[in-house]
Design a protein around this ligand. Structure first.
Ligand code: IDP
Ligand code: MG
Length: 139
């Protein structure tokens, strides 16, 4: 069942570069409602678990190091068709391939340091959101 919710992280490069406000502005201007949000940090174990599907990939260790290199903004977003529409808003994983005007095209540093995460399914959105937020932190 589609829940109309997705989960996002503004990744350490975006936070370091001072893009929190600009990215949240684009997200809310695109029709997403912020249901939960916090400035937080992933532990090495958190990052390893979060990206476990990529553990055989050559970039896995660098990815874990990067995702634990500083604070992130974690948030749950609500909109009709949230998962798919948010993936469209952020653009391709590689910012060089991301469509004009997408968040990654505008704010990403590279294919690894690509500014923002967006869940790839309703199921993962629910798992990822529940990892960061209790029921009473979701509005
Ligand atoms: P996604 O974030 O667009 O869903 P995934 O393929 O799920 O992309 O990869 C997860 C994250 O791993 C990416 O957002 C990026 O930070 C990193 N990553 C993916 N592919 C590469 C790569 O080829 N080189 C370096 N980092 C990568
Ligand atoms: Mg992914």
């Amino acid at each position: 069942m589609a829940t109309n919710r997705t989960f996002t992280m503004l990744k350490p490069d975006a936070v370091r570069k001072g893009y929190i406000g600009a990215i949240l502005e684009q997200i809310t201007a695109s029709g997403f409602r912020i249901v939960a949000m916090k400035l937080t940090e992933l532990t090495v174990n958190d990052a390893k678990t979060f990206y476990e599907v990529h553990k055989e990939r050559p970039f896995y260790n660098d990815l874990v190091e990067y995702m634990t290199s500083g604070p992130i903004v974690a948030a749950i977003l609500e909109k009709e068709n949230a998962v798919e529409d948010f993936r469209t808003l952020i653009g391709a994983t590689n910012p060089e391939e991301a469509a004009e005007g997408t968040i990654r095209q505008k704010f990403a540093t590279s294919i690894s340091e690509n500014a923002v995460h967006g869940s790839d399914s309703d199921e993962n959105a629910a798992i990822e959101g529940a990892f960061h937020f209790s029921g009473r932190e979701q509005f």
